[in-house]
Ligand binder design. Structure first.
Ligand code: SF4
Length: 81
C-alpha cells in the first residue's frame, strides 16, 4: 500500500525545520525549483507540493516544467523569513 498526499494529517515543513533528508524522487526537477514546498504527512512521508499548479501535487518525477524557477540565494532567504 502506498501513501499519498491525501493521507489524513499533513503539514508544510516550517521555516525553522531543516530540509528533509528523506526526499522523494531525488531526480525530480522540483527539488531545484524555488516554487516547491515540502509537505510531511501524518505518517512521516514527504511530498512535493507545487503552489503554481492546480493539481498541487505534480506527477513525479518531474523532468521538464515550463514553470520551473531556479533556486537562488534570494529565493531561499525569502522562504526562511
Ligand atoms: S513549478 Fe514545476 S518544477 Fe517547480 S515545483 Fe512546480 S512542478 Fe515542480
Amino acid at each position: 500500500m502506498s501513501s499519498s498526499p491525501k493521507d489524513a494529517a499533513r503539514d508544510e515543513l516550517g521555516a525553522d525545520e531543516k530540509e528533509p533528508t528523506d526526499l522523494p524522487f531525488p531526480s525530480s526537477l522540483c527539488h531545484g525549483c524555488a516554487a516547491r514546498r515540502y509537505i510531511r504527512s501524518g505518517r512521516g512521508s514527504v511530498f512535493i507540493l507545487c503552489p503554481l499548479l492546480s493539481q498541487k501535487y505534480p506527477r513525479q518525477p518531474v523532468s521538464m516544467c515550463s514553470l520551473f524557477q531556479p533556486i537562488s540565494d534570494d529565493s531561499e532567504a525569502k522562504k526562511e523569513k
